[in-house]
Design a protein around this ligand. Structure first.
Ligand code: MLT
Length: 309
């Protein structure tokens, strides 16, 4: 009998086609992930579950997943999957670490420009017919120091693009070797050094016990006056209350956040502060990236279900 896969989030049609072409019986129910009771009811029928970020794979879901062999996350972060419970149940968790890295890096660069030149506020004011030409004085990126926290797949691309913009790049990443840093033309520094020197700080690390609250109040207070902070990685890396206080005091000149400690974010200490640019977790939201991650997750899951590889 053909393996059965449930797609419970909005995934590109290309993924459905790949599963079909590989002889897998696929059920495309893009809104099911939001209904945890319904998901728990049906999950027992499937060998594979393909998701993005809306489906939360909790121990309760896994408890009912008696035939499940693999969960495929079309994207990078697997924080919506209880990996311990999955492993206890013998379910493999796979992601697509490369499919959306360019798109996410580009979003971080776009956010850096947006906060440097106050583009969203200037746009809203112009739409409102105000023509406030003298209100929106920005800063150049050329010659400024960008502090990159996490210089892996996405952070590495951000470093490259920032070098192209003629920024000086300093990176804090315990996994970055001196040789690699030299090749990337970035200066490897410790966190305190980065905090002291950076005009812009951008985060590109997963949320783990080691990185949670990495920009704590204490660390935010060590930053250079006038710093601008960009977070397109994960909510929970930055103390949002402390950042809001430092924005109000003028120590931090601006912030651009795509991710929040609670999502969906309908209320947040950063909302409605001047020169804070917010987007609703759009880091991976381009047609190209969504096509890439959907194709990759479908191929990987099909390989696993059909050949065990
Ligand atoms: C990811 O982890 O791939 C990104 O944050 C995108 C997403 O969650 O949709």
């Amino acid at each position: 009998m053909a393996p059965r896969v449930l797609i419970s989030d909005k995934l590109s049609d290309a993924a459905v086609q790949i599963f079909r072409d590989r002889g897998i019986d696929v059920d495309f129910q893009p809104d099911l992930g939001k209904d945890k009771d319904k998901l728990a009811e049906v999950i027992g029928q499937y060998d594979g579950l393909a998701i993005r970020s809306a489906t939360k794979v909790t121990p309760t879901i896994l408890d009912k997943a008696d035939n499940l062999k693999v969960i495929g996350r079309a994207g990078i972060g697997t924080d919506n999957i209880d990996k311990e419970a999955a492993s206890k149940k013998g379910v493999i968790v796979m992601n697509t670490p490369f499919g959306n890295m360019i798109t996410t890096a580009e979003h971080a660069i776009a956010m850096m420009f947006a906060v440097a030149r106050q583009i969203p506020e200037a746009s809203a004011s112009t739409h409102a017919g105000k023509w406030e030409k003298s209100k929106f004085m920005g800063v150049e990126l050329t010659g400024k120091t960008l502090g990159v926290i996490g210089a892996g797949n996405i952070g590495g691309i951000v470093c490259d693009r920032a070098r192209g913009l003629k920024m000086k790049v300093v990176a804090y990443d315990p996994f970055l070797g001196e040789e690699k840093a030299k090749q990337m033309q970035v200066e490897k520094v410790d966190l305190d050094d980065l905090l002291k020197r950076a005009d812009f700080i951008t985060l590109h690390v997963p949320l783990t016990d080691q990185t949670k609250n990495i920009l704590s109040r204490e660390n935010l207070e060590k930053t250079k006056k006038g710093v601008r902070i960009i977070n397109c990685a994960r909510g929970g890396l930055v103390d949002e209350e402390a950042l809001a206080d430092l924005l109000k005091s003028g120590h931090v000149a601006g912030a651009a956040f795509d991710v929040f400690s609670e999502e969906p974010a309908t209320d947040n200490p950063l909302f409605n502060l001047p020169n804070v640019v917010c987007t609703p977790h759009l880091g991976a939201a381009t047609t190209e990236a969504q096509e890439n991650v959907a194709l990759q997750v479908a191929e990987q899951m099909a390989n696993y279900l059909l050949t065990g590889a």
